[in-house]
Structure formats: C-alpha cells, structure tokens
Unconditional design. Structure first.
Length: 176
C-alpha cells in the first residue's frame, strides 16, 4: 500500500521519530555495525521503504541508493538480493535512474546475471528493463546480456524464462 504524508504523520504521532530520521538512523546503523545479520535486516528495511514513492525524497537525501549499489559487490548473497530489490524499486524514478546510469550501476546490475540466486537474476533483469533508455541502451543491450537472456529463456523456472523472453522480444527482436 502506498502511503500519504498524513498517514505517515498519524503513525508517527506528535512525539515519534520522523520518517527521515528513522531512515537516517538505519543508514547510520548500517555504516557502524559489523554484524552481518544486522546489515541484512537494515538493507531489508531500506529496500521495503524503497517500494513506496512517498519515501523517494528521503531515500535520495540520504544516498541510500549508494548503499544498495555497494551491496551488489558484497560476497553475501542475501545482501545482494536485498540490494537489487531496493534498486529495482527505485529505478523508475528519474533521479535514481540517472544516478544508477551515471555511477556504473548498469555494470553492477549486469554482473547480477551470473548470480546463483534466482531472485537476484530476476530483479536484475527487471531493473534493466525499467532502466532502458537512450542514455544507457548500448550498455544494457549488449551481446553478453543477449546471450545470457537466451540461456535464461530456456530455463525450467517459468518466471525466469518468461521475463527473459519478454526482454528478448521487446529489445532484441528475438523470439525463442
């Protein structure tokens, strides 16, 4: 459910923590903690906030997109999965779209195609579908991505094969 500012204010109450402050606290905690489970929980919370456009301004101000992009190169697959989910939620917003494109985000998302985790691959494909525009088309519609998508289209995982076939048909004029 998307929220309104009135709904957020009612939940906060007169003495509660503002949404911005809550997100700031999460970012600070993520940067300070060494505990992997805590980091995973924090990124999960931030990714959940990223699904609602009402939070985009706060997420932008706090540079949370950088946390998500940084997590894509972590060794921990859970952090990668949660981060690509947050990116997928944000990339429809023009500011985040531009930021991802201008800060090597496409390259990081492309690297998710080799993940052993199905959800990471699915969200990477979806993110690229949402990001395709004139300013990054050549970076997304590569021969390497096409070949990966052709392989994905043959998958026994219906979500993967369907999404790959959609991508191939829409952007590579390729039908399996």
């Amino acid at each position: 459910m998307f929220q309104s500012h009135i709904h957020i204010q009612k939940r906060k109450g007169s003495k509660g923590t503002s949404r911005f402050q809550y997100l700031q606290d999460l970012v600070n905690e993520f940067q300070e903690t060494q505990n992997l489970e805590d980091k995973q929980q924090i990124i999960a919370n931030l990714a959940n906030f990223a699904y609602d456009p009402i939070n985009y301004n706060w997420i932008w101000e706090l540079n949370i997109i950088d946390l998500f992009l940084d997590c894509l190169v972590e060794d921990n697959l859970m952090l990668q999965e949660l981060a690509i989910g947050g990116i997928c939620n944000l990339c429809i917003d023009p500011r985040f779209h531009s930021y991802i494109v201008e800060n090597d985000g496409i390259k990081l998302i492309n690297s998710c195609f080799t993940s052993p985790v199905l959800e990471i691959v699915l969200m990477a494909i979806m993110s690229l579908l949402l990001l395709i525009s004139d300013d990054c088309r050549s970076e997304i519609l590569t021969r390497e991505n096409r070949n990966c998508l052709i392989e994905f289209s043959k998958s026994k995982q219906p979500r993967l094969s369907t999404l790959a076939n959609l991508f191939l048909k829409e952007h590579f004029n390729y039908t399996v």
